[in-house]
Write a protein of this length. Structure first.
Length: 359
């Protein structure tokens, strides 16, 4: 099968993951460097927050239950805020990477750290605003769906136990299937909602739209990607935690033989060196696997436009004919440019037979 034919074939869930991994493998170090800054900064803030917590709450004061609870709340709240800021930064960088990705398709440009962050800088405030809105909105929706689903699971188990009280074995089996079914529906609902917002950075950088126009545009594009988005999320999550365990297990074995009691109730039983090493390993795993998520969303965005708007034809026309001419302000232009200008120069056109092929 040729690359050109691949470019016109809609991407299924398996095709999406395969192409994202293949493209990542071809540009491994570039994507690692692109993903590293926001995650490394988040890791430094996390370590600094832990150090601040250890200074504010002394070991002696943490022996008290109230002080120990305050310490855990302080650490937990700080970790949540840092995680949200890190998510906003990753979404922001994702927008710059999307424009770099489309320029790669158009002109064969290399995907580089410098070009990606140059794109981010060109619309930094709009990207941060949109990414913050998305992170908080999806975080709130995710928590609501999680706790609502948890309540439904508890009620379903209680009803099953009441209806099948004559058979404990049957109660357990029915409860398991009910729980799995509710978890599946809750996950599907979350991805259905999340899919409407995840193209916002790409739309802003590729199409030159504003924040609210990008949200509307993202929602209109995301019509058939719930299954593929869920598959990409599951694959990335499993890959991240697999890489995490690969490094954490040797660290935990070393900690065990060094005398660390992981099950102790005392918050000071785990030494600072272990907490720092754990944080470094965790962030390194995210750095290694976050690019797959970034590439996957870029591929999904381009694939949605190919499916519904003939975007591959637009890209070829852009190479040969240049930008769509402006029309008088009295008229409404139904066409959108394949790549909007946001203060960045456009290189000369280049012949190519494969708009979306990834060699």
């Amino acid at each position: 099968m040729t690359n050109s034919r691949l470019s016109l074939t809609p991407l299924g869930a398996g095709d999406l993951i395969d192409r994202a991994v293949r493209f990542y493998r071809q540009n491994f170090w570039t994507f690692v460097w692109i993903a590293a800054p926001p995650i490394l900064i988040g890791a430094l803030f996390s370590i600094g927050w832990m150090a601040l917590a250890n200074q504010m709450f002394s070991i002696d004061s943490r022996r008290d239950d109230i002080e120990s609870f305050s310490y855990l709340m302080f650490v937990g709240f700080g970790s949540l805020v840092i995680w949200l800021i890190e998510a906003v930064a990753v979404l922001t960088v994702m927008g710059g990477a999307a424009r770099n990705f489309v320029r790669h398709l158009l002109f064969g440009e290399n995907i580089t750290f410098r070009e990606t962050y140059k794109n981010v800088k060109s619309r930094i405030f709009g990207l941060i605003t949109a990414s913050t809105m998305i992170a908080f909105l999806l975080g709130f929706i995710g928590l609501f769906i999680f706790y609502f689903g948890l309540v439904i699971v508890i009620l379903a188990i209680a009803l099953a136990a009441a209806a099948l009280s004559f058979s404990p074995f049957l109660t357990v089996i029915v409860s398991i299937f009910l729980s799995l079914g509710i978890i599946f529906l809750a996950g599907w609902l979350f991805f259905l909602i999340a899919s409407r917002f995840l193209y916002v950075p790409q739309v802003m950088m590729v199409e030159g739209q504003g924040v609210f126009a990008s949200i509307s545009r993202s929602a209109s594009l995301a019509s058939s990607n719930v299954k593929r988005l869920a598959a990409l999320f599951v694959f990335t999550t499993v890959a991240i935690y697999s890489a995490l365990l690969l490094f954490l297990i040797p660290l935990q074995i070393y900690g065990y033989f060094s005398g660390i009691s992981f099950l102790a109730a005392d918050p000071d039983a785990i030494p600072a060196w272990y907490q720092i090493a754990n944080q470094i390993i965790t962030q390194a795993s995210f750095i290694l696997l976050t690019p797959i998520w970034m590439i996957g969303l870029c591929l999904l965005y381009v694939d949605e436009r190919v499916r519904h708007e003939g975007y591959d034809i637009e890209l070829m026309a852009k190479r040969v004919l240049g930008d769509i001419p402006d029309v008088p302000s009295a008229f409404s232009n139904p066409l959108q440019p394949a790549l909007a200008q946001v203060g960045l120069p456009t290189p000369p056109a280049r012949d190519s037979s494969s708009p979306l092929g990834l060699n």
